[in-house]
Structures are given as structure tokens and as C-alpha cells.
Unconditional design. Structure first.
Lengths: 273, 273
């Protein structure tokens, strides 16, 4: 039966049967927008290599996608995050997430409802969409005016359509490329997103393009400048996040102390049984 | 038998039997009142979406309430909090609480005893009411005078009626909407509240101000430094393994470190067996 029957079973699978994957990553971030504003590492050089911007509507579903960290499918076993470690030249939070769907080329340069019509989630389908969030990944910097945006029409985790959430204001008039704006607020009572139909731009910038990304956060580290940080998800935080087949793991960071770009290196260890 | 017989049993239930819930959340708060003052995220947009105001007396007993973080009932298993972690844009203490009963529309604009006659607790009934607290959730800001309030007549955890607690002064003349004032002091020797009757005494009135009277039970608290993620494990790190009862309607609240709005996102995990 898939999963680990005990800690001893985990050790046997991990050590004796070699059912472990290790992915060492490194990324060089671009210039962050500000302390406390998330920054995507998807489009940055390193290992994995830079990911591509998604296609325009209806976008693309991510499945072991180039640019992400991914692992072979396991038909009869289940994969779990065992440890997540990193160090950085600046103090940052580092978030590991499963990148599910992206819709590229969404312009913020005019007001009104932008057609998204995102493709179906490749994982966390149906009511498992609870916890799926919508973020906006800046691919062309905004200018002149800080946009104000909201989810004007989306389908929630229960399949309810035409849902509408609250507004978010971009952190700056000129919001840097790779900024991650979100999570987008949901309508009262909602707990996740199956798909996004339209994004409303209530206040437009003069320029600015975003990728609309549906993702699920898995783990977060707090990195102190130049110190390695590691979390064990079996004995330290007993949450053992599940890594589903097709998972396309990516990183985003949040500067803590200084608004400076950073180099990040680390490792993701996944065990399966 | 419900519960976990060992740590191995917990690993088995989570990874093999899939008896695990993961709830991601994000909230965009209104402006906090001041450092050291509680602030409710119940009405804040995000995920879960904003909750609704409770009914007027006798109020609303919360059971898997929309706007809360909740989980399916487990007839033969017990649910327990495994991890709770978050990031915040301002320093604060983040509290996870089970929102039990709310009574809306309590005016602080005149002195005297306000009728509450709160509905019966949906959980922590009888002597298990030890630890149930009363808080006031501001829905209309106070003006001109900082109110002074007290519990004038409540039923304690032992079932004794007519109990009276000490006074509490609001933190400011103009106390912000969403401020959480409390916990309200109890009579000497009391450990909790089953219900509030007539009820809330307003010893000094404001010129305006309306509150929800809440009965809640705090489950977990994590300190959050500005822009730094923090996460706690309640099995091996803080071995308290808080119980999450069927019907639990979990809400988030903060003790602010400044009079700023706070953006928060995080995750909690619950296992059952």
C-alpha cells in the first residue's frame, strides 16, 4: 500500500530501497520590488534553467515542465517532501510551490475584464482545488500608475461559477519584472480556485503585462543572510507535503531586511513509498 | 480507537491512509488599532473569503461556517492540528481560534446591561467550556469616549449562573473596526464561559460603537516577525497536538505590533485517525 506505515518503513524505503529523489537548485534573482513583496524565480537563470512564459489564453497546464523541479511519476507509490533546504546571500523567505496553470500576456495597460479562461487544473482537481491560489507574475514592468486588479469571474473549489473577489493594488507605479502579486482575494466563503475566467483591471497602468498563475504553496523557509536553513517535514514539521505525479515545483522569494537581489542555492529531497 | 497510538501510527495515517487536510490561507487585514491590541481577520478578504456577521441575540452558533477554515466531520476519528505557519507583512502574533458563538449588534453608545442571551456552545459544552473566552469584535468604530465594559451576567464552565467579571477599557476613544477587545475578565475562580446572559455591561459609553460579542477558544499562536515566515509543529516541537472538533470554525486573529494593516498568508495541517 502506498505511503509509509511507520518511521521504520520510511527509513527502509529511503535508505535500503533507495526510494529518494534529490534536486539541488540554484537561482539568481532579479531586482526585487521592495521588502515584503514576493518575487518569482521562475524566469531566472540557474538550475533548473529559466522557465518559459506560459501561452496566452487559455494558457498551459504544468506537468513535469521544463524550468521546474520535477520527479518521475510513481504509479504505485506516493511521493512526499522530506526536506527543503536553502541559503541565500540576503535574508529572504523562500516558498516552494507547485505551479499548476499559467496564462500569459495579460495586459494591465487598459481597464476592463481580461479574458483568461484558464485550462483545467492538472492536479488538485474537483474539490481538491481548495487551497489553489491565483497570483500575477509580472512579465513586463508597469509604468505611470499602480494597477488595481481583482478576480472578476472564477470558479471556486466547489465548482461555483461567476465568483468575484476583492481588489489588490500593485505595490508600485513601476512594479518590477518578476514580482508576484497576490494571492488574489476570493469571494466571501470561497477556499480555492478551479479556474479563472476573467481578471478585472479597475485601474490601468500605461504599460504592464502579467502571467496569471494558479499554484499551490507547499513549504516555506526563512533564510538568514548566508546561513543554510533546512526543514525536515517528517520529524521536525510533521506535515509531509504530498508531491503529486506531474508536480512542477518552482520557487518564489520575499525579501526580509534589504531590497536586494540574491543568489539562492538549496536542495529538495523527496521520498516515495 | 480514535487518536494516534504512536508517531508511527501518525505517519501511517497521513501517508498511507491519506487522513490529512492541508489548508492554505491568506488575509488582507484592515488597519490595526495599535500595538498590543487584538484585530480580527474574520471580515478580511482573502482565502477563506470574508465571513458573515453573526445574527443578533441569541446570535449564531458556528458549525463549519462559511468564512472559516473547516474540515469534514469524522465520525470515528479525531482531528488534530499538526502544523501552523504563516508570513506577515507586519510583525504580529497570529492566533488560530475556534469561533464558537457570535452575537451581533451590541451597542456601546449607552450605558447599562446589554442583552446577549448567547446561543448554546456548539462545542466545548458543559465543563469543557473551561478555556472558552469572550471577546468583543468592533463592527462600528467607537467615538468620543473609550468605552468601559464588563461581563455582568454569564454562566461559567461549571454551570453556575449570574457570574460577574471585571472591567475592561477600550484602547482608544476611536477604536477601529475589526479591533478585538478581550478576553473579558471573569469572576474570581472561573475558568471559562458557557454563555452570556444579560449580559454585557457598558459602564462608560461611547457616542457611537457597535460590537459582536464572541465566544471562542484559542488553539494556537505563532509569533511573526515582519516579513519573516514562522511555522510550528504541534506533534514533536510543541507536543500539544490541539484537538479540532467536528464543526470547528477556525478563524484568524492577530495581536498587532503596530497600527498598520497586515497581509498574511500561511498554511495549517490537520491529521485525523
Amino acid at each position: 500500500m502506498a505511503g509509509f506505515a511507520s518511521y521504520a518503513d520510511f527509513q527502509t524505503e529511503f535508505n535500503t530501497n533507495g526510494k529518494v529523489y534529490r534536486w539541488s537548485f540554484n537561482k539568481s534573482s532579479s531586482a526585487p520590488e521592495a521588502i515584503g513583496v514576493p518575487l518569482s524565480l521562475w524566469r531566472n537563470t540557474g538550475f533548473p534553467a529559466a522557465g518559459a512564459d506560459p501561452a496566452t489564453t487559455p494558457g498551459a497546464a504544468y506537468d513535469d515542465t521544463a524550468g521546474s523541479m520535477f520527479f518521475p511519476d510513481q504509479a504505485s507509490d506516493r511521493k512526499f517532501l522530506a526536506t527543503f533546504s536553502a541559503n541565500a546571500s540576503q535574508s529572504w523567505n523562500l516558498i516552494l510551490y507547485d505551479r499548476l496553470v499559467g496564462v500569459g500576456g495579460v495586459s494591465l495597460a487598459t481597464t476592463g475584464d481580461k479574458t483568461i479562461d484558464s485550462v483545467a487544473l492538472p492536479r488538485y482537481t474537483g474539490t481538491d482545488a481548495e487551497g489553489v491560489e491565483c497570483w500575477l507574475e509580472v512579465s513586463t514592468a508597469t509604468t505611470v500608475t499602480a494597477p488595481v486588479v481583482s478576480l472578476n469571474s472564477y470558479t471556486n473549489e466547489a465548482g461555483g461559477t461567476g465568483r468575484a473577489g476583492g481588489q489588490i493594488t500593485f505595490p508600485a507605479v513601476a512594479t518590477n519584472v518578476n514580482c508576484m502579486i497576490g494571492p488574489m482575494p476570493l469571494q466571501a466563503g470561497d477556499r480555492g480556485i478551479r479556474s479563472v475566467e476573467t481578471l478585472d483591471v479597475a485601474t490601468a497602468a500605461t504599460a504592464g503585462i502579467v502571467n496569471l498563475v494558479l499554484l499551490r504553496r507547499l513549504a516555506t523557509l526563512v533564510m538568514t543572510m548566508s546561513e543554510v536553513v533546512e526543514t525536515d517535514y517528517l520529524l521536525q514539521h510533521s506535515s509531509m507535503p504530498r508531491i503529486y505525479d506531474g508536480a512542477s515545483l518552482a520557487l518564489m522569494g520575499i525579501p526580509i531586511i534589504a531590497n536586494s537581489s540574491t543568489g539562492i542555492g538549496g536542495e529538495v529531497i523527496v521520498a516515495y513509498g | 480507537m480514535a487518536g494516534f497510538t504512536s508517531y508511527d501510527d501518525l505517519i501511517n495515517e497521513i501517508t498511507t491512509n491519506g487522513k490529512f487536510y492541508e489548508r492554505l490561507f491568506h488575509k488582507y487585514s484592515t488597519q490595526a488599532e495599535a500595538a498590543g491590541v487584538g484585530h480580527s481577520l474574520w471580515l478580511a478578504p482573502g482565502m477563506p473569503g470574508a465571513g458573515a456577521a453573526p445574527a443578533t441575540t441569541p446570535g449564531t452558533a458556528y458549525d463549519d461556517a462559511s468564512g472559516s477554515i473547516f474540515f469534514p466531520d469524522q465520525a470515528s476519528d479525531q482531528k488534530h492540528l499538526i502544523t501552523f505557519g504563516a508570513w506577515a507583512s507586519q510583525g504580529c502574533s497570529l492566533i488560530l481560534a475556534d469561533r464558537l458563538v457570535g452575537v451581533s449588534g451590541i451597542s456601546l453608545a449607552s450605558t447599562g446591561n446589554k442583552t446577549i442571551n448567547s446561543a448554546a456552545l456548539p462545542r466545548y459544552s458543559g465543563a469543557d467550556a473551561a478555556g472558552v473566552e469572550a471577546w468583543l469584535e468592533v463592527t462600528t468604530a467607537t467615538t468620543v469616549t473609550a468605552p468601559i465594559v464588563s461581563l455582568n451576567s454569564y454562566t461559567n464552565e461549571g454551570g453556575t449562573t449570574g457570574r460577574t467579571g471585571g472591567t475592561l477599557t477600550f484602547p482608544a476613544v476611536a477604536t477601529n473596526v475589526d479591533a478585538l477587545i478581550g478576553p473579558l475578565p471573569l469572576q474570581a475562580g472561573d475558568l471559562g464561559i458557557r454563555s452570556i446572559e444579560v449580559g454585557l455591561n457598558v459602564g462608560t459609553a461611547a457616542s457611537a460603537g457597535i460590537v459582536n460579542v464572541l465566544l471562542l477558544r484559542r488553539l494556537a499562536t505563532i509569533p511573526l516577525f515582519i516579513n519573516s515566515h514562522n511555522e510550528r509543529d504541534f506533534v514533536l516541537q510543541f507536543a500539544s497536538i490541539p484537538r479540532i472538533y467536528d464543526g470547528a470554525s477556525l478563524m484568524l486573529m492577530i495581536i498587532a505590533q503596530s497600527a498598520n494593516a497586515v497581509n498574511i498568508f500561511g498554511k495549517l495541517t490537520v491529521a485525523y485517525g
